[in-house]
Design a protein around this ligand. Structure first.
Ligand SMILES: [Zn+2]
Length: 58
């Protein structure tokens, strides 16, 4: 079975022999995980004002 590497679209073996599956290589796997890590930093932080408003309400 062959799949396309999600990172670089290269056809690669999806099998236990390919330890980087579904990626084609360690480089692509690491790059993709790094991209996910950066996504975490883009999550919007809650403004502290929200908690103050809750205190006023109740
Ligand atoms: Zn790749």
């Amino acid at each position: 079975m062959r799949v396309r590497c999600p990172r670089c679209q290269t056809w690669t073996d999806f099998s236990p022999v390919n330890r980087w599956r579904p990626f084609c290589s360690d480089r692509c796997r690491t790059a993709d995980l790094g991209a996910w890590g950066r996504e975490d930093f883009r999550l919007p932080a809650r403004p502290p004002q929200d908690e103050d408003a809750d205190d006023l309400l109740g």
